[in-house]
Design a protein around this ligand. Structure first.
Ligand SMILES: Nc1ncnc2c1ncn2[C@@H]1O[C@H](COP(=O)(O)OP(=O)(O)OP(=O)(O)O)[C@@H](O)[C@H]1O
Ligand SMILES: [Mg+2]
Length: 305
Protein backbone atom coordinates (compact mmCIF):
# COMPACT_ATOMS: atom_id res chain seq x y z
CA UNK A 1 0.00 0.00 0.00
CA UNK A 2 1.27 3.45 -0.96
CA UNK A 3 0.35 6.59 0.94
CA UNK A 4 0.60 10.12 -0.40
CA UNK A 5 1.01 12.46 2.56
CA UNK A 6 0.59 16.19 2.13
CA UNK A 7 1.44 18.21 5.22
CA UNK A 8 0.95 21.94 5.68
CA UNK A 9 1.62 22.60 2.01
CA UNK A 10 2.11 26.21 1.04
CA UNK A 11 2.72 27.22 -2.55
CA UNK A 12 2.82 30.38 -4.58
CA UNK A 13 3.12 31.29 -8.22
CA UNK A 14 6.78 30.99 -9.10
CA UNK A 15 7.48 34.56 -10.11
CA UNK A 16 8.46 37.81 -8.44
CA UNK A 17 5.68 38.69 -5.99
CA UNK A 18 3.70 35.63 -7.13
CA UNK A 19 0.33 35.01 -5.53
CA UNK A 20 0.22 32.79 -2.42
CA UNK A 21 -2.32 30.13 -3.47
CA UNK A 22 -1.97 27.11 -1.19
CA UNK A 23 -2.08 28.07 2.49
CA UNK A 24 -1.47 24.91 4.47
CA UNK A 25 -3.03 21.93 2.68
CA UNK A 26 -3.22 18.70 4.69
CA UNK A 27 -4.35 15.57 2.87
CA UNK A 28 -3.57 11.88 2.95
CA UNK A 29 -4.52 9.49 0.15
CA UNK A 30 -3.69 5.80 0.35
CA UNK A 31 -3.80 3.32 -2.51
CA UNK A 32 -7.21 1.70 -2.86
CA UNK A 33 -8.99 4.78 -1.50
CA UNK A 34 -11.12 7.25 -3.40
CA UNK A 35 -11.06 10.86 -2.23
CA UNK A 36 -13.15 13.61 -3.76
CA UNK A 37 -11.73 17.12 -3.66
CA UNK A 38 -14.39 19.79 -4.12
CA UNK A 39 -14.49 23.54 -3.68
CA UNK A 40 -15.36 26.77 -5.46
CA UNK A 41 -13.60 28.07 -8.56
CA UNK A 42 -10.18 29.43 -7.77
CA UNK A 43 -9.89 27.76 -4.36
CA UNK A 44 -6.66 25.95 -5.30
CA UNK A 45 -7.73 22.45 -6.36
CA UNK A 46 -5.86 22.35 -9.67
CA UNK A 47 -2.89 24.05 -8.06
CA UNK A 48 -2.78 21.28 -5.46
CA UNK A 49 -2.84 18.70 -8.24
CA UNK A 50 -0.11 20.43 -10.20
CA UNK A 51 2.10 20.94 -7.16
CA UNK A 52 1.82 17.22 -6.37
CA UNK A 53 2.96 16.45 -9.91
CA UNK A 54 5.81 18.98 -9.74
CA UNK A 55 4.58 21.69 -12.10
CA UNK A 56 7.29 24.36 -12.50
CA UNK A 57 4.81 27.26 -12.40
CA UNK A 58 4.57 26.95 -8.61
CA UNK A 59 7.05 27.30 -5.80
CA UNK A 60 6.51 25.39 -2.59
CA UNK A 61 7.33 27.68 0.31
CA UNK A 62 6.47 25.41 3.23
CA UNK A 63 5.26 21.92 4.10
CA UNK A 64 5.98 18.56 2.55
CA UNK A 65 4.70 15.97 0.11
CA UNK A 66 5.83 12.44 0.88
CA UNK A 67 5.14 9.20 -0.92
CA UNK A 68 5.43 6.24 1.41
CA UNK A 69 5.73 2.91 -0.38
CA UNK A 70 5.54 -0.67 0.80
CA UNK A 71 7.15 -3.83 -0.47
CA UNK A 72 4.28 -4.64 -2.84
CA UNK A 73 4.66 -1.23 -4.53
CA UNK A 74 8.21 -2.03 -5.56
CA UNK A 75 7.72 -5.72 -6.39
CA UNK A 76 8.82 -5.01 -9.98
CA UNK A 77 12.12 -3.49 -8.88
CA UNK A 78 15.11 -5.70 -9.39
CA UNK A 79 17.53 -4.26 -6.86
CA UNK A 80 18.41 -4.51 -3.20
CA UNK A 81 16.29 -1.86 -1.55
CA UNK A 82 17.21 0.13 1.50
CA UNK A 83 14.94 1.86 3.95
CA UNK A 84 15.13 5.17 2.06
CA UNK A 85 13.81 3.46 -1.08
CA UNK A 86 10.39 3.26 0.55
CA UNK A 87 9.96 6.87 1.62
CA UNK A 88 10.30 9.63 -0.95
CA UNK A 89 10.21 13.36 -0.45
CA UNK A 90 8.49 14.29 -3.71
CA UNK A 91 9.49 17.94 -3.46
CA UNK A 92 13.08 16.93 -4.14
CA UNK A 93 12.15 15.07 -7.31
CA UNK A 94 11.50 16.02 -10.93
CA UNK A 95 8.01 15.49 -12.39
CA UNK A 96 9.12 12.44 -14.38
CA UNK A 97 10.65 10.90 -11.26
CA UNK A 98 7.42 11.45 -9.34
CA UNK A 99 5.54 9.78 -12.20
CA UNK A 100 7.92 6.86 -12.14
CA UNK A 101 7.32 6.38 -8.44
CA UNK A 102 3.61 6.10 -9.12
CA UNK A 103 2.04 9.56 -9.20
CA UNK A 104 -0.28 10.22 -12.12
CA UNK A 105 -1.93 13.54 -12.97
CA UNK A 106 -4.89 13.62 -15.33
CA UNK A 107 -5.21 17.17 -16.61
CA UNK A 108 -8.25 19.41 -16.47
CA UNK A 109 -7.32 20.54 -19.98
CA UNK A 110 -5.39 17.73 -21.75
CA UNK A 111 -2.95 18.95 -24.41
CA UNK A 112 -3.27 18.17 -28.11
CA UNK A 113 -0.09 16.97 -29.81
CA UNK A 114 -0.03 16.82 -33.61
CA UNK A 115 2.32 14.32 -35.20
CA UNK A 116 2.44 11.83 -32.34
CA UNK A 117 -0.01 8.94 -32.53
CA UNK A 118 -1.78 7.76 -29.43
CA UNK A 119 -0.12 4.35 -29.64
CA UNK A 120 3.33 5.75 -29.93
CA UNK A 121 2.77 8.31 -27.18
CA UNK A 122 1.40 5.75 -24.74
CA UNK A 123 4.16 3.26 -25.43
CA UNK A 124 6.81 5.92 -24.96
CA UNK A 125 5.17 7.04 -21.73
CA UNK A 126 5.20 3.50 -20.38
CA UNK A 127 8.80 2.90 -21.41
CA UNK A 128 9.92 6.22 -19.98
CA UNK A 129 8.31 5.31 -16.68
CA UNK A 130 10.01 1.91 -16.59
CA UNK A 131 13.39 3.36 -17.40
CA UNK A 132 13.11 6.15 -14.85
CA UNK A 133 12.00 3.63 -12.25
CA UNK A 134 15.05 1.51 -12.87
CA UNK A 135 17.27 4.54 -12.40
CA UNK A 136 15.56 5.64 -9.19
CA UNK A 137 15.91 2.28 -7.53
CA UNK A 138 19.23 1.30 -9.05
CA UNK A 139 21.79 -0.17 -6.68
CA UNK A 140 24.60 2.31 -6.25
CA UNK A 141 27.15 -0.46 -6.86
CA UNK A 142 25.55 -1.29 -10.19
CA UNK A 143 25.56 2.25 -11.47
CA UNK A 144 29.05 1.94 -12.89
CA UNK A 145 28.10 -0.80 -15.33
CA UNK A 146 24.55 0.40 -16.01
CA UNK A 147 25.34 2.09 -19.30
CA UNK A 148 26.75 -0.96 -21.00
CA UNK A 149 24.10 -2.44 -23.27
CA UNK A 150 22.58 0.70 -24.72
CA UNK A 151 22.53 -0.27 -28.39
CA UNK A 152 21.56 -3.90 -27.84
CA UNK A 153 18.84 -5.52 -29.94
CA UNK A 154 16.57 -7.82 -28.03
CA UNK A 155 15.62 -11.26 -29.29
CA UNK A 156 13.25 -9.99 -31.99
CA UNK A 157 15.03 -7.83 -34.58
CA UNK A 158 11.61 -6.82 -35.96
CA UNK A 159 11.13 -4.68 -32.92
CA UNK A 160 14.30 -2.71 -33.45
CA UNK A 161 16.64 -1.64 -30.71
CA UNK A 162 15.20 -1.78 -27.24
CA UNK A 163 16.67 -1.12 -23.87
CA UNK A 164 16.46 -3.80 -21.31
CA UNK A 165 13.06 -3.71 -19.64
CA UNK A 166 11.49 -1.76 -22.48
CA UNK A 167 8.16 -3.04 -23.73
CA UNK A 168 8.16 -4.10 -27.40
CA UNK A 169 5.56 -3.09 -29.98
CA UNK A 170 3.69 -6.39 -30.10
CA UNK A 171 3.51 -6.86 -26.36
CA UNK A 172 2.43 -3.27 -25.97
CA UNK A 173 -0.39 -3.60 -28.52
CA UNK A 174 -1.78 -6.48 -26.55
CA UNK A 175 -1.58 -4.65 -23.25
CA UNK A 176 -3.20 -1.59 -24.80
CA UNK A 177 -6.03 -3.60 -26.30
CA UNK A 178 -6.83 -5.09 -22.91
CA UNK A 179 -6.95 -1.67 -21.27
CA UNK A 180 -9.09 -0.23 -24.07
CA UNK A 181 -11.57 -3.07 -23.76
CA UNK A 182 -11.72 -2.37 -20.06
CA UNK A 183 -12.65 1.24 -20.80
CA UNK A 184 -14.89 0.36 -23.73
CA UNK A 185 -12.83 2.60 -26.04
CA UNK A 186 -12.91 2.49 -29.81
CA UNK A 187 -9.62 1.28 -31.29
CA UNK A 188 -9.82 3.79 -34.13
CA UNK A 189 -8.39 6.42 -31.80
CA UNK A 190 -5.07 4.68 -31.50
CA UNK A 191 -3.79 5.71 -34.92
CA UNK A 192 -4.88 9.31 -34.48
CA UNK A 193 -2.62 12.03 -33.18
CA UNK A 194 -2.70 12.52 -29.43
CA UNK A 195 -5.94 14.30 -28.51
CA UNK A 196 -5.87 16.20 -31.82
CA UNK A 197 -9.46 16.94 -32.77
CA UNK A 198 -10.68 14.71 -29.96
CA UNK A 199 -13.93 15.79 -28.38
CA UNK A 200 -13.81 16.96 -24.78
CA UNK A 201 -15.18 13.63 -23.59
CA UNK A 202 -12.74 11.61 -25.69
CA UNK A 203 -9.81 13.52 -24.22
CA UNK A 204 -11.00 12.77 -20.71
CA UNK A 205 -11.42 9.09 -21.51
CA UNK A 206 -7.88 9.17 -22.80
CA UNK A 207 -6.58 10.44 -19.48
CA UNK A 208 -8.13 7.42 -17.78
CA UNK A 209 -6.61 5.14 -20.41
CA UNK A 210 -3.18 6.59 -19.65
CA UNK A 211 -3.71 5.91 -15.96
CA UNK A 212 -4.84 2.36 -16.70
CA UNK A 213 -1.64 1.74 -18.66
CA UNK A 214 0.78 3.37 -16.27
CA UNK A 215 -0.80 1.72 -13.22
CA UNK A 216 0.03 4.50 -10.78
CA UNK A 217 -0.11 4.09 -7.01
CA UNK A 218 -1.99 7.39 -6.75
CA UNK A 219 -3.90 9.10 -9.55
CA UNK A 220 -4.99 12.71 -9.29
CA UNK A 221 -7.84 13.31 -11.73
CA UNK A 222 -8.69 16.95 -12.28
CA UNK A 223 -12.30 17.45 -13.40
CA UNK A 224 -12.26 14.26 -15.40
CA UNK A 225 -16.08 14.45 -15.42
CA UNK A 226 -16.52 17.93 -16.84
CA UNK A 227 -18.01 17.95 -20.31
CA UNK A 228 -18.93 14.27 -20.33
CA UNK A 229 -22.31 13.12 -21.58
CA UNK A 230 -24.16 10.62 -19.45
CA UNK A 231 -22.91 7.52 -21.33
CA UNK A 232 -19.31 8.67 -21.38
CA UNK A 233 -19.54 9.63 -17.73
CA UNK A 234 -20.47 6.06 -16.95
CA UNK A 235 -17.64 4.65 -19.10
CA UNK A 236 -15.12 6.95 -17.48
CA UNK A 237 -16.47 6.13 -14.02
CA UNK A 238 -16.18 2.41 -14.69
CA UNK A 239 -12.62 3.04 -15.81
CA UNK A 240 -11.83 4.87 -12.58
CA UNK A 241 -13.41 2.14 -10.48
CA UNK A 242 -11.36 -0.41 -12.41
CA UNK A 243 -8.18 1.52 -11.60
CA UNK A 244 -9.00 1.18 -7.94
CA UNK A 245 -10.41 -2.36 -7.96
CA UNK A 246 -7.99 -4.03 -10.35
CA UNK A 247 -4.71 -2.26 -9.74
CA UNK A 248 -5.33 -0.78 -6.30
CA UNK A 249 -4.77 2.80 -7.41
CA UNK A 250 -5.66 5.49 -4.88
CA UNK A 251 -7.73 8.22 -6.49
CA UNK A 252 -7.86 11.93 -5.71
CA UNK A 253 -10.81 13.05 -7.75
CA UNK A 254 -11.27 16.79 -8.22
CA UNK A 255 -14.82 17.60 -9.17
CA UNK A 256 -17.57 20.22 -9.00
CA UNK A 257 -20.40 17.78 -9.34
CA UNK A 258 -21.93 15.26 -7.08
CA UNK A 259 -23.08 13.34 -10.18
CA UNK A 260 -19.84 11.45 -10.84
CA UNK A 261 -19.66 10.53 -7.15
CA UNK A 262 -22.80 8.44 -7.63
CA UNK A 263 -20.79 6.21 -9.96
CA UNK A 264 -17.39 6.52 -8.30
CA UNK A 265 -18.27 6.44 -4.66
CA UNK A 266 -15.70 8.31 -2.57
CA UNK A 267 -14.51 7.08 0.81
CA UNK A 268 -13.74 10.68 1.77
CA UNK A 269 -14.89 14.08 0.54
CA UNK A 270 -12.83 17.23 1.14
CA UNK A 271 -13.77 20.84 0.62
CA UNK A 272 -11.07 23.29 -0.35
CA UNK A 273 -11.55 26.97 0.45
CA UNK A 274 -8.93 29.65 -0.09
CA UNK A 275 -6.04 27.22 -0.40
CA UNK A 276 -6.84 25.00 2.56
CA UNK A 277 -8.93 21.91 3.24
CA UNK A 278 -11.76 23.55 5.16
CA UNK A 279 -13.83 20.45 5.84
CA UNK A 280 -13.68 16.69 5.31
CA UNK A 281 -16.36 14.05 5.57
CA UNK A 282 -17.92 11.01 3.96
CA UNK A 283 -19.95 10.78 0.74
CA UNK A 284 -22.89 12.54 2.41
CA UNK A 285 -20.85 15.75 2.47
CA UNK A 286 -20.99 15.88 -1.34
CA UNK A 287 -24.78 15.73 -1.20
CA UNK A 288 -24.91 18.58 1.30
CA UNK A 289 -22.69 20.69 -0.93
CA UNK A 290 -24.85 19.90 -3.94
CA UNK A 291 -27.93 21.12 -2.07
CA UNK A 292 -26.51 24.04 -0.16
CA UNK A 293 -23.34 25.27 -1.83
CA UNK A 294 -20.23 26.37 0.02
CA UNK A 295 -21.38 29.33 2.12
CA UNK A 296 -22.18 27.25 5.18
CA UNK A 297 -18.69 25.71 5.14
CA UNK A 298 -17.24 29.21 4.92
CA UNK A 299 -19.35 30.27 7.90
CA UNK A 300 -18.26 27.25 9.91
CA UNK A 301 -14.63 28.08 9.25
CA UNK A 302 -15.22 31.72 10.12
CA UNK A 303 -16.96 30.86 13.39
CA UNK A 304 -14.21 28.43 14.38
CA UNK A 305 -11.53 31.08 13.82
N1 LIG B 1 0.20 30.13 -12.87
C1 LIG B 1 -0.62 30.98 -12.23
N2 LIG B 1 -0.41 32.31 -12.28
C2 LIG B 1 -1.23 33.18 -11.62
N3 LIG B 1 -2.27 32.80 -10.87
C3 LIG B 1 -2.52 31.49 -10.78
C4 LIG B 1 -1.72 30.52 -11.45
N4 LIG B 1 -2.21 29.30 -11.16
C5 LIG B 1 -3.27 29.50 -10.37
N5 LIG B 1 -3.47 30.81 -10.13
C6 LIG B 1 -4.55 31.40 -9.33
O1 LIG B 1 -4.70 30.62 -8.15
C7 LIG B 1 -6.05 30.44 -7.82
C8 LIG B 1 -6.37 28.95 -7.72
O2 LIG B 1 -6.37 28.39 -9.02
P1 LIG B 1 -6.73 26.87 -9.29
O3 LIG B 1 -6.60 26.63 -10.75
O4 LIG B 1 -5.94 26.02 -8.38
O5 LIG B 1 -8.26 26.85 -8.84
P2 LIG B 1 -9.31 25.63 -8.90
O6 LIG B 1 -9.75 25.39 -7.49
O7 LIG B 1 -8.76 24.50 -9.66
O8 LIG B 1 -10.51 26.33 -9.69
P3 LIG B 1 -11.53 25.71 -10.79
O9 LIG B 1 -12.59 25.03 -9.99
O10 LIG B 1 -12.08 26.93 -11.47
O11 LIG B 1 -10.79 24.81 -11.71
C9 LIG B 1 -6.84 31.19 -8.89
O12 LIG B 1 -7.18 32.45 -8.40
C10 LIG B 1 -5.87 31.29 -10.04
O13 LIG B 1 -6.11 32.43 -10.84
MG1 LIG C 1 -9.22 23.63 -11.48
Amino acid sequence: MAILEINNLHAEVAEEGGEHILRGVDLEVASGEIHALMGPNGSGKSTTAKVIAGHPAYEVTDGEIVLQLEEEDVADVDADLEEEDYRWNLLELEPNERAALGIFLGFQYPAEIEGVTMTSFLRQALNAKREEREELFEDEDDEADADEDESGYDSSPMEGPTDEGEIGVAEFQQLLKGKMDLLDMDEKFMQRYLNAGFSGGEKKQNEVLQAALLEPAIAVLDEIDSGLDIDRLQDVSEGINALRDEQGTGILQITHYQRILEYVEPDHVHVMLDGQIAKSGGPELANELEDEGYDWVREEVYEAA
